[in-house]
Design a protein around this ligand. Sequence first.
Ligand code: SF4
Ligand code: SF4
Length: 259
Amino acid sequence: MAQARKPKLAVWKFASCDGCQLGLLNCEDELLAVAGHVEIAYFPEASRAMAKGPYDLSLVEGSITTPHDVELIHRVRRVSKHLVTIGACATAGGIQALRNFKDAQEFVSIVYATPEYIETLATSTPVADHVRVDFELRGCPINKQQLLEVISAFLHGRKPNVPPYSVCMECKRLGIVCVMVAHGTPCLGPVTQAGCGAICPAYYRGCYGCFGPEETPNTDSLSKRWSHLGVGEQDLVRAFRTFNAWAEAFREESVAHEK
Ligand code: SF4
Ligand code: SF4
């Protein structure tokens, strides 16, 4: 009897540090189970063997920063039944999107001895600015359990069970004492999407927003609270301009505090 064809999985890299792809490789035991249910058809970080598309599920890491990236992401979309972006770079432009607030060509002329060899766009943008994306998985890096949930959901034709609420909810559920209320430590948890298990507050540190904005972030209210804690305007700009600086809610809040 002919065996059923395994769904084909592809993993693509754009401008990024590779940390989110490593998240998949770090799944170790679970990766064997994944490999039992899908054909890992294209994953240059893990294997030289590359099978041609079309692919049932493409995971895309990294932001769009060059004209070549723009061409490639459209090709990836054409050969992918489902396209899921993973990590802060692919979902929000990444730390490299800090250049979007400045003149990128000025950086190029200062950093490179022969700037004419550098072909780059003026901005670093999320994949969803260029092609249709079926799901965005947040985090810098992503949570590997959430990644497995997303892969499983797409293979079974259901919606991923990834909560859109804030890190504060995770603190409450885990019984973590609020660092902002108890110690006056500025924390971005109220506007940041859950998924990390509130790691930073668990170690008495404020969240710095590496999972990006939650579904309905009230950044204005949080900024006012931070101001009452003595945080100045320049530090507010810096707080909202890290890994997810170009995510709309964080971008607008940082601009509102720019002098
Ligand atoms: S520590 Fe931060 S994330 Fe946790 S409840 Fe307080 S404000 Fe929210
Ligand atoms: S608490 Fe905030 S900064 Fe720390 S890992 Fe979680 S989302 Fe990232």
